[in-house]
Design a protein around this ligand. Structure first.
Ligand code: PEP
Length: 253
């Protein structure tokens, strides 16, 4: 056992309408289930204020944004700054999700800027990394993820890195129903922790929570969460269904 508290985080992506958000939050708030882990939800921007209100009512769910700007403020039409998110009560932000890297061409240095800007505005980043299928097939996943770490995450100072949560999300597992095996997840999570230890310190590496994401479901969460270096999950599809999300939460302790 390690001392790290587990986290179960739900990435709702561009799903749900206001009625569905209400139903989901009511189900999460009303459940009598004890939470032994930290629970975070990442709703679409337009529902953040409502979800923060619901979450405050229940008192046991934190709220994050799925994205943020890389700059403090100014003429960036359509962007939302970390300061604005923090201002309405958002505590976390997803940075470097593969969907943003792939569909919006977010590169390492842009992701590094977002990390710095969110930390400077008291938002805790969940830094997502992970290899595409072609890289896994070539057996190059460790080198690939190392580059993501070095070029974005490791640009942070020692005093900043402790605020970050890492999420290992193999791209081939996201939304495909094909999760990484416990062995594959553990191998990568240990690798990431070693890299953090080498770059910063063993003490820092041992504190940082590293989540697994990619088709994590009630049926596979227990095995994944039992891995020594897996500190919980970032859940996409299954976080939209209250029963499944609560089930996964019950497996994180
Ligand atoms: C995600 O996109 O962060 C994710 C883990 O999605 P899914 O659980 O649907 O694979």
């Amino acid at each position: 056992m390690n001392r790290r508290k587990k986290i179960v985080a739900g990435n709702w992506k561009m799903n749900l309408n206001s009625q569905q958000v209400l139903k989901l939050m009511q189900a999460l708030n009303r459940s009598e289930q004890e939470f032994d882990c930290d629970v975070i939800v990442f709703p679409p921007f337009v529902y953040l204020v409502d979800v923060i209100d619901f979450a405050n009512g229940g008192g046991r769910i934190s709220v994050g944004a799925q994205n943020c700007a890389a700059t403090e403020n100014g003429a960036y039409t359509g962007e939302v700054s970390p300061a604005q998110l923090a201002d309405i009560g958002v505590e976390y932000v997803l940075i470097g999700h593969s969907e943003r890297r792939i569909y919006y061409n977010e590169n390492h240095s842009f992701i590094a800027d977002k990390l710095k800007c969110s930390l400077a505005n008291n938002l805790r980043p969940v830094f997502c990394c992970g290899e595409p299928q072609i890289v896994r097939e070539a057996g190059e996943q460790l080198t690939y993820v190392k580059q993501q770490l070095v070029e974005s995450l490791f640009t942070l100072k020692t005093e900043e890195i402790g605020q970050v949560i890492v999420a290992y999300e193999p791209v081939w597992a996201i939304g495909t129903g094909l999760n990484a095996s416990a062995e594959q997840a553990q191998e990568m999570h240990t690798f990431i922790r070693h890299q953090i230890a080498e770059h910063y310190s063993l003490a820092i590496a041992n504190e940082i929570q590293i989540l697994y994401g990619g088709s994590c479901k009630p049926g596979n969460a227990a095995e994944l969460f039992a891995c020594h270096d897996v500190d919980g999950g970032l859940i996409g599809g299954a976080s939209l269904i209250a029963e499944d999300f609560l089930n996964i939460i019950s497996l994180a302790h």
